[in-house]
Design a protein around this ligand. Structure first.
Ligand SMILES: [Ca+2]
Length: 168
């Protein structure tokens, strides 16, 4: 009887340890995804950018590119691909601009969602070099997080960086 109890106890504590281990791994995993802050590259008092290669990437490839900011760009592979990041913004108005290289007119479009706003289909102003796409206006209602999501629209688009410019 005593023996049975102690083996049950051992089994129970083993289960507890397993549950604990799973929880720790899950928490660490979500912590890395949720709390990891992108590096902010400030270029002026009211302008900074984040590298797309430092976003959380799903089904996307990081490539080296000499002229790119940080020497790297991201290529989304297909409809399931996305690049997302959460930045902390002070309350205010911003223009958000994605810099990207589209090899051709059929390989330059992507979808951008800024905060709670509608998703927009964008593309750089021209092809063959890293150029800004149309900027998106954002009003950040309070100091806090703003999520940026870039999704696949056309193949081979090379996404370099996302710039935030504070505007009046
Ligand atoms: Ca880059």
């Amino acid at each position: 009887m005593e023996k049975k109890n102690s083996s049950m106890g051992a089994g129970f504590s083993t289960i507890l340890w397993c549950v604990l281990a799973v929880l720790v791994v899950a928490l660490m995993g979500s912590g890395c995804a949720g709390l990891m802050k992108p590096r902010i590259h400030r270029v002026a008092e009211d302008v900074f950018f984040v590298e797309v290669e430092e976003f959380t990437l799903t089904n996307a490839k990081v490539q080296e590119l000499d002229n790119a900011s940080g020497g790297k760009v991201v290529v989304l592979q297909d409809d399931t691909s996305r690049a997302e990041v959460t930045v902390q913004l002070s309350k205010g108005n911003y223009r958000v601009t994605v810099y990207a290289l589209g090899p051709s007119g059929e390989e330059d479009a992507f979808y951008l969602t800024v905060g709670e706003q509608w998703e927009e289909r964008l593309y750089p102003f021209s092809t063959g070099e890293i150029l800004p796409a149309q900027d998106v206006s954002l009003t950040q209602q309070a100091d806090g997080p703003c999520k940026i999501v870039i999704r696949f629209a056309e193949p081979n688009v090379q996404l370099d960086r996302v710039e935030f410019k504070r505007v009046p």
